[in-house]
Design a binder for this molecule. Sequence first.
Ligand SMILES: [Zn+2]
Length: 275
Amino acid sequence: MSDDAVAEHPAPGRLRQVTPNAAVMLCDNPGVMTLDGTNTWILRAPGREESVVIDPGPDDKKHLRRVADAAGVVALTVVTHRHRDHTGGLKKWEALSRSPIRAFMPEYCINTSTPLRGGETISAAGLRLEILHTPGHTADSLSILVDGGAGPGALVTGDTLLGRGTTVLDGTLADYLASLQLLARHASGRALLPGHGPDHADAGPVVAGYIAHRHERLDQVRAALDELGLTAGQAKPMKIVRHVYRDVDKRVWPAARKSVRAQLDYLVAAAPASD
Ligand SMILES: [Zn+2]
């Protein structure tokens, strides 16, 4: 085995082949929100020279250069969502790759004026990509079904599904639950290629776990409201965080606050109107 062969996540700064069609370059930007760092995915069918790059990552010259070296001719760059750990390096990446860069939001599209939309299919690098609009983590979050080439299909999820833990909601919970249902219809038997954390051979059980977790947290919020004698409309998010996220690292509480805000909004919208 050569010194360069790395089988396991995390391997920052080293290209790691995950499926016959997909390799990952993990950026060395670990953190409480980025886990081990941002995964930049390089997709190409075996034997193809050109590639599709998903999420060049943050403004990190070393990382972008490594991705450029590994990616060769970049036919297309796709951005899964607007957060800086995925988009901060776009300007430098454009200068390195000269590729069209496409995202849901027009302000992140470079060398093209056509934003991505759910349902669009793209042929590139010997692969067939189908774009899914999966809002919830953010309103502009996209996931990508990857077929063709060799081996089983894959599902690229950005931060909509992570390789471990759960994602934070910057969008609405109703959107997120609908997105999880959409992913559940496609996930089974596909490799999960997430924006952070380890990849998984089968995305199916991961999506099912995410759906179960969200319903569990909703039940916990309902129980906390009961205990505190508050309605979803009355409760302050931080009060619920202190109750429900007792067991969770305090550093994620500000992020959890956003999720609880989303849960309370969801429960308010779902509550039967009282005269
Ligand atoms: Zn991220």
